[in-house]
Design a protein around this ligand. Structure first.
Ligand code: COA
Ligand code: AMP
Length: 635
């Protein structure tokens, strides 16, 4: 079954996706299924007309789901819970859309959203979609500078934020972050809407400030504005290899179709059932599988404001699964590593009836075999690793649980999802054989749901994804197929690292560190971490004549990355060194540095300029207990 479906999707993509498009209540069904733009990039359903808010909310109310819960909000950090039905959510969204319209927001305008995991984050996103406006959600763990960069690039008419986020037992005021970001940005939004939370009331002093509830009280509900299938729904910024994040643009029609297809064939969730994705609305997983997909499917989504551990304990996920009768659960492996650390025998799980759970999905980073085995031994349901990225918006490879479940293999994301013609190419662009590692690419056309481009930067879109192997999309991941056609994703081939399931750029951290006046040169590398998967480490050469205190410099650099990028970068280790291993052409040998830090055997490359630098760095890493450097051995 899987093989047939996969082959049809690759051999006859138009017919295949025309069929899947019937899952969506279009205002005008598409007649053009696939066409190519001037850069030869696939565009799906360009002449179809829809509104994703209508498809996810109004449509279900019209079909008699008005009284069904659309979302369960569960917030142990504020000791709150709320159930919102489809009819209530539709009404709240329509009213808030009316409020945005009163502020001048129209189809095509951008709106930046900086909100924690509260139902109003979904209300804000759907309200934008209702008006045909393009939202850009920024994760709360990013610092003002990162927010400013996104505001400057997206040029939003309005910024929507909450007065605060709550991280464990800490209340984090958001208004100062918003104010600082707007101050830093050369582009100034016309309005800033603040949702006041009782944990912290923000001062709304500026002329552009508006109070969410006052606006809503005055507003009349807005109707859904029809948009074309290819019109943008959102921009989601993600880390690339340089300091400037990439604004991934998602279209509306292809995304809706892909998500609806995935809820059925991958996640096996039917209308009326409950889906829980423990991520954040600031990440792609949140966009796709907290906000849009469950509701497109007529299911109920769980919105969780808390952590896997300590809010209040490592039984939090089991409680949520049991309490809301969750059928399919999705999180990042790092969350289970945190749980396993606190509750290795899963004693807390035994306190809850989780018989409702039928499958566990993991993504955001590779599901490492020890975590897979821990979960597989613990649970009686399939433990499914699936691979995807912000750019694709939905899984590229998975075990098709809703179509034809397959035996799992530890360390593998199983097989390509229908629509994704995944191939492995060697450096010369030749296909690699089974078990041969290479660049993981996707042959054009990318299926519906994948990125439509980089916001206002077609050149970067081409150079980042399309230029390396013409006719193929470059995923940036390395990996291989085994003899059974199972795909193994082994990690990034670029400067992107994955910290606790969050994607960050070491290149960006290097730009921040390198801008310190005392720094002559630096390298930031991602090293293995047992809990978070990877952690960044900075290696820094001070400028000649530097006479300051090394520890002070290290702390300043740590503070600088926290201030510029945010706490989420987890940049907590810096080493001041005299020299760095480089090639004769001056390129820092980062991979070698990573290998040493990870405790792997390493050789001295023939291209190295100063072989002794390698020993120096190795010694420094050992002394400062960086990663497993003391286990590394020169061969
Ligand atoms: N707003 C503000 N700050 C935030 C934040 C947010 N939304 N999210 C994280 N931070 C801060 C944290 O408070 C922490 O700050 P600190 O250095 O002052 O302590 C820092 O960013 C790092 O956070 P995190 O990586 O989340 O570390 P943690 O130790 O608090 O928690 C885990 C560790 C594993 C429990 C946590 O990372 C986790 O739940 N990961 C799963 C991630 C996930 O679901 N990803 C989705 C991808 S599918
Ligand atoms: P993001 O865009 O934040 O979702 O990060 C995408 C990147 O995370 C991918 O390019 C991979 O490097 C990594 N990733 C996500 N899911 C998996 C997985 N299941 N297996 C291996 N790597 C993954």
């Amino acid at each position: 079954m899987y093989q047939d479906e996969f082959r049809r999707s690759i051999d006859h993509p138009e017919a295949f996706w025309a069929e899947q498009a019937k899952r969506i209540p279009w205002f005008t069904p598409p007649t053009t299924i696939l066409e190519y733009d001037e850069a030869n990039h696939a565009r799906w359903f360009v002449d179809g007309e829809l509104n994703i808010c209508h498809a996810a909310l109004d449509h279900h109310v019209e079909q008699g789901r008005g009284e069904q819960p659309a979302l369960y909000w569960d917030s142990p950090v504020t000791d709150s819970k709320r159930t919102i039905t489809y009819a209530e959510l539709r009404d709240q969204v329509a009213r808030f859309a009316g409020a945005l319209r009163d502020l001048g927001v129209e189809k095509g305008d951008r709106v930046v959203i900086y909100m924690p995991m509260v139902p109003e984050a979904l209300v804000a996103m759907y309200a934008c979609a209702r008006l045909g406006a393009v939202h850009s959600v920024v994760f709360g763990g990013f610092a003002p500078h990162e927010l400013a960069v996104r505001i400057e690039d997206a040029e939003p008419k309005v910024v929507i934020a909450a007065s605060c986020g709550v991280e464990g037992d800490r209340v984090l005021p958001y208004k100062p972050i918003i104010d600082a970001a707007i101050e830093q940005s050369r582009y100034k939004p016309e309005a800033c809407v603040i949702l006041q939370r009782e944990q912290h009331i923000a001062e709304l002093g500026a002329a552009i400030d508006h109070d969410w509830s006052t606006l809503v009280e005055r507003a009349a509900p807005a109707a859904c504005v029809p948009v074309k299938g290819s019109d943008p729904l959102y921009i989601l910024y993600t880390s690339g290899t340089t300091g400037k994040p990439k604004g991934v643009v998602r279209d509306t029609g292809g995304y809706a179709v892909a998500l609806a297809y995935s809820m059925d064939t991958i996640y096996d969730v039917a209308p009326g059932e409950v889906f829980f994705s423990a991520s954040d609305v600031g990440w792609v997983v949140g966009h796709s599988y907290i906000v849009y997909a469950p509701l497109l499917r007529g299911a109920t989504t769980v919105v969780y404001e808390g952590k896997p551990v300590k809010t209040p304990d490592a039984g939090a996920f089991w409680r949520l699964i049991s309490e809301y009768r969750v059928k399919s659960f999705f999180t990042a492996p790092t969350a289970f590593r945190a749980i396993k650390k606190e509750d290795p025998d899963a004693k807390l799980m035994a306190q809850y009836d989780i018989s409702c759970l039928k499958a566990l999905f993991l993504a955001g980073e590779r599901l490492d075999p020890p975590t897979f085995h821990w979960l597989d031994d613990l649970l009686t349901v399939p433990v499914i690793d699936h691979w995807w990225q912000t750019e694709t918006g939905w899984p590229i490879a998975a075990n098709l649980h809703g179509l034809e479940p397959m035996p799992t293999k530890a360390g593998s994301a199983t097989v390509p999802v229908p629509g994704f013609d995944v191939q492995i190419l060697d450096r010369a662009g030749e296909p690699s054989g089974a078990m041969e590692q290479g660049s993981v690419v996707i042959k054009q056309p990318l299926p519906p749901g994948c990125l439509a481009g980089i916001w206002r930067d077609p050149k970067r879109f081409h150079s980042a994804y399309m230029a390396a192997f013409p006719g193929y999309y470059l995923t940036g991941d390395g990996g291989y197929f085994d003899e059974d056609g199972y795909l193994f994703i082994m990690g990034r081939t670029d400067d992107v690292i994955n910290i606790a399931g969050h994607r960050l750029s070491t290149g960006e951290m290097e730009e921040v560190v390198g801008a310190h006046p005392a720094v002559a040169e630096c390298a930031v590398i991602g090293i293995h971490d047992a809990l978070k998967g990877q952690l960044p480490v900075g290696l820094v050469i001070p400028k000649d004549g530097f006479e300051g205190d090394e520890v002070t410099l290290e702390n300043e650099l740590i503070g600088l990355v926290r201030e510029k990028i945010g706490p989420i970068a987890c940049f907590k280790q810096v080493l001041v060194v005299d020299r760095l291993p480089k090639t004769r052409s001056g390129k820092i040998l980062r991979k070698l540095l990573r290998n040493i830090a990870d405790g792997q055997e390493f050789g001295v490359p023939s291209t190295i300029d100063d072989p002794a630098s390698l020993q120096d760095v190795h010694e420094a890493m050992k002394e400062r207990a960086v990663g497993a450097a003391d286990e590394a051995r020169q061969v």
